[in-house]
Design a protein around this ligand. Structure first.
Ligand code: 2AM
Length: 241
């Protein structure tokens, strides 16, 4: 089986509800729709009964990078039946988790996130290494690491969190040390993930330039589902827009 067949990346593109997505046809969490950076609609499907939405801001790695990682992670799957794997097309690098946000905040949040994105350059990133939260021996989350200019990425994450806070959507974890990662799998009970993490620790994927950040809503369920609401370009490319 090819790596692509194993990940199901291409099939999965059509599985997600579309609210507003990338105009370049490259959206993964959503597909089709209008271009970037416009005001997000307040989608009924994403709102809970109190008019709130569960939101986070993230960088979406390109398909090729996820396919590489999925091929490496796929080899681990038989070794840990207790792990619930997240779908490769959902893998993302969270910059800030905002939690439940009142949808009335969205217009201001959108303006502030656009501004935050504009102030930071595109990020050169690759996926490398692995580990487990909260610890390898009592792991609940298996993650892949990120190689980056850590200062630059942390500064971007800080700006996103600050923009969210000013718009009235303060990240519940703000102030905690930023630990960039991609969650690959979770388990209900603390599990010794030392060997799995060690097996994946040697993985090093292709480097890419992340040139956008995305505002994503998550729907909780047996497996969380994500839909991109808006995205904004990083850096000077956004000036004057
Ligand atoms: P995780 O990958 O480590 O689970 C959507 O839930 C995204 O926001 C996930 O990437 C998740 O991180 C991240 N996130 C950060 N803090 C969170 C929190 N307190 N609750 C849920 N998700 C959180």
């Amino acid at each position: 089986m090819t790596a692509t067949a194993r990940t199901g990346l291409s099939c999965a593109r059509v599985e997600h509800t579309v609210l507003q997505s990338r105009g370049d046809g490259q959206g993964r969490l959503g597909q089709g729709g209008a271009g970037s950076g416009r005001a997000a609609p307040a989608p009924a499907a994403a709102a809970d009964t109190n008019g709130g939405m569960r939101l986070f801001v993230a960088i979406e790695p390109p398909d090729q990078v996820l396919t590489e990682l999925s091929a490496a992670a796929g080899r681990l799957r038989p070794a840990a039946a207790e792990l619930r794997w997240t779908r490769p097309q959902s893998w993302h690098l969270t910059l800030a988790f905002l939690g439940e946000v009142d949808e009335r905040v969205l217009p201001d949040l959108s303006i502030r996130l656009e501004r935050a994105a504009r102030r930071h350059p595109p990020q050169r990133l690759s996926i490398a290494g692995a580990g487990a939260f909260p610890s390898a021996t009592r792991g609940r989350v298996l993650w892949a690491g990120i190689r980056a200019d850590r200062q630059s990425l942390a500064a971007l994450a800080d700006s996103v969190a600050a923009g969210a806070r000013r718009s009235g959507a303060p990240p519940p974890d703000e102030g905690r040390r930023y630990h960039p990662h991609l969650t690959l799998a979770r388990c209900r009970e603390p599990t010794d993930l030392t060997e799995l993490a060690a097996d994946l620790a040697g993985f090093a994927g292709s480097t890419w330039t992340a040139s956008e950040i995305s505002l994503i809503t998550s729907y909780l369920g047996a497996e969380p589902r994500y839909t991109e609401l808006q995205r904004w370009p990083l850096g000077a490319g956004a000036r004057g827009q």
